[in-house]
Design a protein around this ligand. Structure first.
Ligand SMILES: C[S@@+](CC[C@H](N)C(=O)[O-])C[C@H]1O[C@@H](n2cnc3c(N)ncnc32)[C@H](O)[C@@H]1O
Length: 191
């Protein structure tokens, strides 16, 4: 899947915006498909050796394809790429706890959601409950126009003044008219 230049750029911008001032960065990508968006995340982390990208995918074949592409494109990078299968029926809360322990993570600096729209909000809430999004961190979601009705509750949740987020919706024209939303987590709010 080719996301197009504009969506690639918004991913890069979103990850850059979520970077801490110095040091390694931790990014969570949900729904990596064959790794097109992952390549933009790599670009955003070029100056941050020791960073980690956790990329998840439900489909084994797509994850295999992503591994082939990233092995080639990420060769020689000082960023650690961690591709993980995330089965559809899994308890995401348990998955998150395991990832946190296995890779000794404190929190994510940036997240890219491009998996299943109906899961964007429940997964974000689980991440916030586990305090896994650093204050200052970002989350980009795709398909804001195309899947507007499925994403209405998510967009309401990240509206300024609700749950500690500042959100910008960015229109894109290619590969088809759509929009993405980039939210920055500014303060911890009660859920
Ligand atoms: C629109 S594609 C993602 C495109 C990708 N971000 C890229 O850069 O090319 C959506 C992907 O999410 C995967 N997916 C669907 N449900 C998922 C879930 N619950 N967790 C992780 N991945 C999921 C699909 O298998 C599919 O590959």
């Amino acid at each position: 899947m080719h996301l197009g230049v504009q969506k690639g750029q918004t991913i890069l911008d979103s990850v850059v915006k979520g970077k801490p001032d110095i040091g390694p960065v931790v990014v969570l990508e949900l729904g990596c498909h064959a790794g097109d968006g992952t390549l933009s995340i790599f670009k955003a982390l070029k100056d941050r050796p020791g960073s980690k990208i956790i990329s998840t995918e439900t489909n084994k074949e797509w994850l295999k394809a992503a591994k082939r592409i990233i092995a080639h494109a990420g060769h020689g990078s000082h960023v650690q790429w961690i591709p993980l299968l995330l089965p559809e029926k899994i308890d995401f809360s348990d998955f998150l706890k395991k990832v946190k322990d296995d890779y000794q993570l404190k929190s994510f600096d940036s997240m890219v959601f491009d998996h299943e729209e109906k899961l964007f909000l429940p997964y974000l809430k689980t991440i916030l409950e586990q305090k896994m999004l650093r204050v200052g961190g970002t989350v980009q979601i795709d398909n804001v126009k195309r899947k507007a009705s499925a994403l209405a509750k998510y967009l309401d949740f990240v509206k300024p003044g609700r749950n500690g987020f500042s959100t910008r919706v960015i229109q894109v024209d290619e590969p088809y008219p759509d929009a993405v939303a980039i939210s920055q987590f500014l303060e911890i709010a009660e859920l």
